[in-house]
Design a protein. Structure first.
Length: 284
């Protein structure tokens, strides 16, 4: 037992003797508060991106491909009332999807059919505001997003399943395991990963895949982060490289890129936070 007496002539020495015990008691108290959820610690994720600089001047974008693949949609970032998704029907079906995802979803579906001798099915794709309102009223806020805050309203999200394996049973199938482990190769992510409910607002949904395109899906999956965390990796106006891609997050009203990138394929997508993602695929 150690104590500090204000009357002692060796007060300083006793303080030093007690110091380790003080640190231990503080640490135990902080740990208790953390486990009780009364305090939290923000985790800083080390970026997998490499910042790059360009010498040539930045000039306004002109001939580029516009997409909606990087839209962030959640309770904090609802879709604007004037939002209009670019919806088409998938191949020769009545399944509506955002035009940005059709080709890559088709590649993934073809792989399952041709290489696995199985099928990947879609149970839910694009929903109008009215559709989402109906789903929300039927399933409640613990399952469905508030109308205006659902990714399904963008046409970029799909709920998929394998025969006899839907919902939480999806991972029990070979198709489910393939999608979970390989959908990033086709531009998709598991939008609501396990253990990230405090960030995404939803518990683990392995059947809910979201299209963000390459290389974003690869980075998000390799780093084990959410779309929210991924977007926060980018400092506004800075350019980053990842493998054979160059990426930037720029202000909507100042959309300029280095002239040396103009010869490559450029895709521009708003992120629904007031900025846009510019993705440049560097090819020979």
């Amino acid at each position: 037992m150690c104590y500090i007496s204000g009357m002692s002539t060796t007060k300083f020495k006793k303080i030093l003797t007690c110091f380790p015990w003080i640190i231990v008691m503080i640490s135990v108290a902080v740990l208790g508060l953390y486990e009780a959820g009364l305090i939290t610690f923000e985790k800083k994720h080390k970026s997998p991106l490499t910042e790059v600089e360009f010498i040539l001047p930045l000039i306004p974008l002109e001939d580029v491909t516009y997409s909606q693949n990087m839209l962030l949609v959640n309770n904090e970032h609802p879709l604007p009332e004037e939002f209009s998704p670019d919806i088409v029907f998938y191949r020769d079906t009545d399944v509506p999807m955002n035009s940005a995802i059709v080709e890559d979803y088709g590649r993934m579906s073809d792989y399952v059919r041709e290489d696995m001798n199985d099928h990947l099915y879609v149970s839910s794709s694009y929903r109008s505001f009215e559709d989402q309102e109906r789903v929300y009223n039927e399933e409640g806020p613990e399952v469905a997003a508030v109308p205006g805050c659902s990714e399904h309203q963008t046409g970029l999200a799909l709920d998929v399943y394998a025969m006899y394996f839907a919902g939480s049973a999806f991972p029990d199938s070979a198709v489910g395991q393939f999608v979970i482990n390989n959908c990033s190769q086709f531009g998709f992510i598991i939008r609501y990963p396990e253990g990230a409910q405090d960030i995404t607002g939803f518990s683990y949904e392995p059947w809910h895949i979201r299209y963000v395109g390459l290389p974003h899906s690869l980075i998000i999956t390799e780093e084990g982060i959410t779309l929210e965390e991924y977007i926060d990796l980018f400092e506004i106006g800075r350019w980053y490289s990842y493998e054979d891609y160059v990426i930037a997050r720029l202000p909507e009203d100042d959309l300029r890129i280095p002239t040396e990138l103009f010869e490559y394929e450029i895709t521009v997508s708003p992120d629904n936070t007031g900025y846009v993602f510019v993705t440049v695929h560097i090819t020979e």
